[in-house]
Design a protein around this ligand. Structure first.
Ligand code: SF4
Length: 361
């Protein structure tokens, strides 16, 4: 298969759906880790095509959603520092923190600029040599290498007014934390295709080895996802847990070594605070000592105040797969994409937004 259309072939999709129905005999719970999978699954109506034996859960794979309020408050406080230009991907703008959001801070005079890449953030730093430019390092292993590359570029060019607020998260430790919480009762996991392109499918071997769970690495087209679900059902029914890569056009067992080299040249592993999960050891990235002068936390001392979670919001439970959005009392009534209460309704990859836009509930 060479062309995208071939991954959307209706006849092949129908055959895969039929195979899933035929192979699935017992009730199972499958979690898709990645927010892009969540949106694709809802948008394509895949849940409705599956037999009632298969329950699909959405996981924590939306970087905006898992950013803890304390980190978000820190970002908002940094944006309000005199002379600071805060650059960020657009998803973060409307996420409510404890007392404000980047959008509100911007409306009140903070200089918050939306960028589409770290290259733009670096250009802002070049254009404003007398002002500190802070870039919000949000995301999983997919985005961290690009942010690492921007640090290396800044170092090469001698750009000294550029720095990073690193809030990166690593997906395997986040997944382990969810499994260890014992709330999700999973039988299988659809691993994140983009992240695994970077970290490699070998990174998920702990799932069958330590948890007896099958994992399938899938792409994002209809046939990718259906093939992934069929493969998972087949492994679970056969009681042969394994990691299977059904996205070989992008994912290799060892991942992308160049990207990983960049990432670990600039960052080192540290504990990270996940919304709804709490502090998870070895699940985040901070700048290495050599590059610590690019660390916004070293350059600025901000005191954002105590963290306040939005009352009634169940984002933490939704992220862990312990609750679904319709179980939240605010869903659709108070909390909508126009008036989001929690990050899972703000982000285009958030589970609550996906339910709101595509589910019938
Ligand atoms: Fe939070 Fe809104 Fe989702 Fe409820 S519906 S969990 S308030 S984002």
């Amino acid at each position: 298969m060479k062309y995208l259309d071939e991954f959307r072939d209706p006849a092949l999709a129908a055959a895969l759906v039929e195979n899933i129905h035929r192979r699935s005999t017992r009730r199972i719970r499958i979690m898709e880790f990645c927010g892009t999978h969540t949106v694709s699954i809802f948008k394509l109506g895949i849940r409705q095509l599956l037999p009632p034996t298969i329950e699909m859960l959405s996981g924590p794979g939306c970087p905006v959603c898992v950013t803890a309020n304390a980190d978000l408050d820190c970002a908002i406080a940094l944006a309000c520092e005199p002379e600071v230009i805060l650059s960020t991907f657009g998803d973060m703008l409307r996420v409510p923190g404890s007392r404000s959001s980047l959008e509100k801070a911007k409306a009140e005079g903070a200089e918050v600029r939306i960028v589409y890449s770290t290259l733009e953030a670096l250009q802002i730093a070049r254009d404003n040599p007398d002002r500190p430019v802070v870039f919000l390092g949000i995301g999983f292993e997919t985005t961290a290498p690009t942010i690492a590359a921007s640090v290396l570029q800044a170092e090469d060019e001698g750009i000294t007014n550029y720095c990073i607020l690193s809030m990166h998260k690593l997906t395997p430790p986040g997944t382990k934390a969810i499994l260890d919480s014992g709330e999700s009762h999973l039988d299988g996991i659809i691993g994140p295709g983009h992240v695994t392109t970077i970290i490699g499918s070998q990174a998920w071997e702990f799932l069958p080895r330590d948890y007896g769970l099958s994992c399938v690495i899938a792409g994002f087209e209809p046939l990718d996802i259906l093939q992934g679900i069929y493969t998972l059902v087949d492994r679970i029914e056969a009681a042969q847990p394994a990691v299977t890569n059904v996205y070989p056009r992008s994912v290799r067992p060892e991942g992308n070594k160049v990207a990983l080299d960049h990432m670990y040249r600039v960052f080192e592993v540290c504990a990270a605070d996940w919304r709804g999960i709490g502090e998870v050891p070895a699940s985040g990235l901070r700048l290495r000592e050599t590059y610590r002068h690019f660390d916004a936390r070293e350059r600025f001392e901000v005191h954002p105040g105590p963290t306040i979670e939005p009352p009634g919001c169940l984002c933490g439970d939704v992220i862990r797969g312990a609750k679904t959005p319709p179980e939240c009392g605010l869903y659709r009534k108070v909390c909508t994409p126009h008036h989001p209460v929690g990050p899972c309704m703000v982000s285009s990859e958030g589970t609550c937004a996906a339910y709101y836009l595509y589910a019938e509930e």
